[in-house]
Design a protein around this ligand. Sequence first.
Ligand code: NAD
Length: 503
Amino acid sequence: MPDIPATLKTYQAHIDGKWVDAASGKTFQTINPYTGEPWALIPECDKEDVDRAVRAAARAFESGPWPGMTQTARGRLLRRIAALIEKHAQHLAEIEVRDNGKLISEMHAQTKYLPEWFNYYGGLADKIQGAVVPVDRPDHFTYILKEPVGVCGFIIPWNSPLMLAGWKLAPALAAGCTVVIKPSEFTSASLLEFMRLVIQEAEVPPGVINVVTGYGAVAGEPLVTHPLVSKVAFTGGTLTGARVNELAAKTFKKVSLELGGKSPNIVFDDCVLDDAVSGAISGIFAATGQTCIAGSRLLLQETIHDKFVEKLVAMAKTARLGDPSLPTTQVGPVTTPPQYRKILGYIDIAKGEGAKCVLGGGPAPAAEGGGTYFVKPTIFTGVENRMRIAQEEVFGPVLSVIKFKDEEDAVRIANDIAYGLGAGVWTQSVRRAHTMARRIKAGTVWVNTYRAVSFLMPFGGYKASGLGRENGMEAIEGYLQTKSVWINNGPGGGNPFIMKTAS
Ligand code: NAD
């Protein structure tokens, strides 16, 4: 482990409205992936800290200002949060880049767009309503109440910490829940800065939002298993998600999972070629491929395969690797050392499987002043869909090109995978666009675009890519309980031993 520079910034966790060290007093370093240098110390929270945070969230849920706040007032609070994110968007983006090495242009675009989630769910807060039901009994008044589920535990990965936490936080607060967030051990700082600059400034009552930092097994699991947590919203790898789901099931928590992907980006010969080439590049090399919706399987119709690959390689070759904090950089470093090793491992696997490497295929020389976690944008052709390089998530700048014959073949290959997060289709045929959108088993299908997201559009996965949906109207349901209320205004009685079903 590198020596600790004297200038290392020290962070604290945020529990019950206060800044606190881990109960154990332990800390760990967070590293700037570009320089490879540690830049901050983060509290290493464990079960005890998680318990304190969950209890604070449970208290805030039951008593104090939060449960008494009207839905309209909650909406106003969310809009205040939105305004503060907007004010600090640049600073928050810079912290993200320092921790995860993604491009400043992408991270700033994310933090500038994030207020929309809080404005949107702020607007929805006082539109959450139940219903009066004309039940099939005389003299009965029956209605449905929508209630917040309670304390929610959020577990966040390292690739887009603020955005992915915001996708959960905005609907949860709108619903009236309280929250404990555990960011990734690789990228804890941005959420702590968010608590300081946004949540404290917005005067969110103590205990409503808590942040505990630490490792998955030590701080994440106690959050998932805590009996006072009613809902777990997890974003991360599929294997971790399966573990989280299993643990959460023991106490019957609501669970939403946003997991991995191996998304097909499908190019037909009737596409606008140059648009599709740009779409294929941005689908895999943006964010250094470290995005769950990376279009990591490029399905090319055989009639345009050679011409397309030629253009693709020519454009990918021009990628400027370097310092992610510079707006001119196009591909940044890989975020974590384990991820770096994993990507290089998959490049070897692909070569071993007989795929042909037509670009890159190994570590990139460190850019000036940069660390060592750079991987060359890599393209493999001759990939068959059964190969590991086509079936497993690499989470790096590695593209697998697979040939297909016709629409039927494209659908078969696209769906022949454990995952189902996203898919791209490039075509000028309206009929084909709609047919493919219907037949592909994925939570999002983009036609003639790729990697677009919005607070208005549900986001989530089929199959091993997850459970539930974030964003849009649908997300709010994940933070609500439904209660049926029956009031008998007539005489009671009847046979006490028989259930009162409709006669
Ligand atoms: P990861 O699964 O290693 O970690 C995610 C989070 O889970 C971290 O906070 C980690 O500390 C925590 N964790 C680890 N083990 C845990 C355990 N046993 N119990 C509770 N928490 C635990 O994932 P990562 O490497 O941080 O992120 C990359 C993965 O995330 C990729 O697979 C990617 O596809 C996925 N991802 C999915 C989406 C989506 O919306 N579908 C978005 C971004 C990333």
